[in-house]
Design a protein around this ligand. Structure first.
Ligand code: SF4
Length: 182
């Protein structure tokens, strides 16, 4: 599998302090995609679900992890590894948001059963309306885990879009839903 970034604490892509995981690789090439540097499946980002999980476990030893937000790239292009990673991550938290350009009907039930919230559909720059968690208004938020429905309804009723910058050794990673002119 190819994973380019694991960041913590991500506080702008779902409730609480989350681990953000950015898969690398997406052939969709949507106009205005905020992560074009993650379109190619890059060998330098090759890893395994177990390696990512060990990294997450090391974070969990010293920090509270409210949940995970998995984005990219489009993680569904690496469905087998994504499924394995979801299975492992649930040992730490079963609050897992997944972004994909696929539509929910294209995704097998076994995958959906491991996801709390799915945000589906390709990004359409002209429909970027600063919606919470959605890059563009055609995308839909599917709360799949009924046990978390109240938590997410509250989140959507009380939160607004924010951006969070992470400073790394070689630059800045800006996390969140950005406006087209950002
Ligand atoms: S599906 Fe997402 S990651 Fe892929 S090109 Fe579109 S916006 Fe970018």
């Amino acid at each position: 599998m190819y994973v380019a970034r694991v960041l913590y604490p991500v506080e702008v892509l779902g409730p609480g302090k989350r681990v953000g995981i950015w898969f690398c690789g997406c052939p969709r090439r949507c106009k205005g995609c905020s992560n074009p540097e993650l379109w190619e499946f890059q060998e330098r980002y090759k890893t395994t679900p177990e390696t990512v999980f060990e990294l997450v476990k090391s974070v969990a030893k010293e920090h509270d992890i409210e949940g995970f937000t998995i984005t990219g790239g489009d993680p569904m292009f690496q469905a087998t590894d994504l499924q394995r990673l979801l299975y492992l991550l649930k040992e730490i938290s079963d609050d897992i948001i997944v972004y994909t350009g696929y539509k929910i009907n294209d995704i097998i039930p076994e995958m959906l059963s491991n996801i709390s919230v799915l945000i589906d559909g390709e990004y359409i720059e002209e429909l970027n309306d600063n919606s919470l968690l959605r890059g563009s208004s055609n995308q839909k938020v599917h709360i799949l885990d009924e046990a978390k429905a109240d938590k997410y309804r509250t989140y959507f009723n009380t939160e607004s879009n924010k951006v969070q910058n992470f400073f790394t050794s070689d630059g800045v990673v800006s996390v969140g839903i950005h406006r087209p002119d950002f």
